[in-house]
Design a protein around this ligand. Structure first.
Ligand SMILES: Cc1cc2nc3c(=O)[nH]c(=O)nc-3n(C[C@H](O)[C@H](O)[C@H](O)COP(=O)(O)OP(=O)(O)OC[C@H]3O[C@@H](n4cnc5c(N)ncnc54)[C@H](O)[C@@H]3O)c2cc1C
Length: 381
């Protein structure tokens, strides 16, 4: 029987677009379905590529994946920029994580010890040393950690470039998928919201925080993905007079935040992490708290233009790690649950899932993140 495509990718955020581009590069006929391509978490994000300053106790497997993903970034961006002629704002400018009070510093001390015990590159600094790196920092900053290897990308430029790259080789259908079509024990394609059906032997679910909502996926195989709300602001300063030269992260009297400076003067200020289901309202309280903390750390932000307030929904998973690879239903592949690191994890996910679709097997770095870790747990109950 003739198939419409070799693979259908449901969802056109950075993950789905990255997979579509890489799979098409390998010669597969790829179809992407999404009624709102690029408008999900990938558009809202800050674009930090920060495996080291994002390191959390007890998440060593994820940390290894994040470090590998950061290592894959330069070549991925180089290839994407060459393929599209579009610049992605990848900056190797480093990250400074700082603390305001004694408790904040104790947490940072624990973090730097943990980072160093894992062989990661993290340099503890005094308050004075932090200010010599970033002179606009408030005098109240007591100390910090400098991580030269935590970089950034302009996630919106990345979305545009991936869409251009994928769109050159793959068919992008501007409608959502309503159902995964299954018969005789395997995936056959998807039914789209406009009623049409598309057939393919592979369906990749890359629908971000909505990945669990697709009809047709057998209940035990549904990815346990939930939306984690992040409110985030975009400020603007003159490009010739930036407030910061590198990403600044902080612990300010226990509350966390970051400022990510772009070379064009944009300054991304984030972000909340809230369990509020599908809610994407921006609240006055969150905007107030983000601006208050940013002002404590870098008083000059009060002069910046407030250009945008937005909320995005991270695709959270129960263990904060992505869900990547084949399910127990032949032909059904998951590429979701990237939570707070989906921009960082785009290259390794895209190349790994494309290799799987092309018949080259599973990238061993993705094995710990198989969907089977959840479906087997369900069937054992
Ligand atoms: C405030 C905030 C800050 C963040 N900062 C960072 C950061 O600094 N660094 C980092 O690495 N990560 C960051 N993240 C996380 C990152 O944005 C996500 O992990 C990543 O964007 C997930 O990409 P995705 O393609 O899976 O999802 P999305 O970008 O959400 O894309 C999913 C797509 O699926 C589509 N879709 C949904 N349902 C269907 C359907 N039924 N049929 C077809 N299509 C469908 C949607 O329209 C959407 O386009 C941040 C996230 C937020 C919210």
């Amino acid at each position: 029987m003739t198939q419409d495509a070799d693979a259908i990718v449901v969802g056109a955020g950075v993950i789905g677009l990255g997979i579509a581009w890489q799979a098409a590069r390998r010669g597969l006929r790829v179809a992407v379905v999404d009624g709102h391509p690029g408008e999900g978490a990938s558009w809202a994000a800050a674009g930090m590529l920060a495996p080291v300053t994002e390191a959390h106790f007890g998440e060593q497997a994820l940390l290894r994946l994040n470090v590998a993903a950061a290592g894959a970034y330069p070549a991925f961006i180089q290839e994407l920029e060459a393929a599209t002629g579009m610049e992605c704002g990848y900056r190797r400018s480093g990250t400074l994580a700082v603390g305001l009070d004694g408790d904040d510093l104790r947490v940072l001390d624990d973090l730097v010890r943990y980072q160093r015990s894992l062989g990661l590159d993290a340099e503890p600094l005094s308050g004075r040393e932090c200010r010599s790196l970033e002179p606009m920092l408030a005098p109240g900053v007591r100390g910090g950690i400098h991580v030269a290897s935590d970089h950034q990308v302009d996630n919106r430029k990345l979305v545009r470039a991936l869409r251009a790259a994928a769109g050159r080789h793959a068919a992008i259908h501007l409608t959502g998928a309503s159902r995964v079509l299954v018969s005789a024990g395997r995936v056959r394609g998807v039914q789209m919201e406009d009623g049409a059906a598309l057939t393919a032997p592979w369906v990749v679910v890359a629908a971000g925080c909505r990945s669990a909502a697709l009809d047709g996926i057998p209940e035990p195989l549904r990815p346990p993905v939930r939306p984690v709300k992040g409110q985030i602001l975009r400020l603007r300063v003159p490009a010739a007079a930036p407030l910061l030269t590198r990403t600044l992260r902080w612990l300010a009297h226990g509350s966390v935040g970051y400022l990510v400076p772009r070379s064009d003067g944009e300054l991304v200020l984030g972000a909340t992490a809230e369990e509020r289901g599908d809610d994407t309202e921006v609240t006055a309280g969150a905007v107030h708290d983000l601006l208050r903390d940013a002002h404590h750390l870098v008083p000059g932000v009060s002069e910046a233009v407030l250009a945008e307030c937005r909320a995005g929904l991270r695709p959270g998973s129960p263990d904060n790690a992505p869900i990547l690879g084949e399910t127990e239903l032949p032909g059904l592949v998951m590429a979701t649950g990237h939570h707070r690191n989906g921009i960082l994890l785009t290259p390794i996910t895209a190349t790994g899932i494309a290799a799987l679709l092309a018949g080259d097997g599973v990238d061993p770095r993705l094995t710990p993140f198989s969907p089977l870790r959840f479906s087997r747990a369900v069937s054992a109950v």
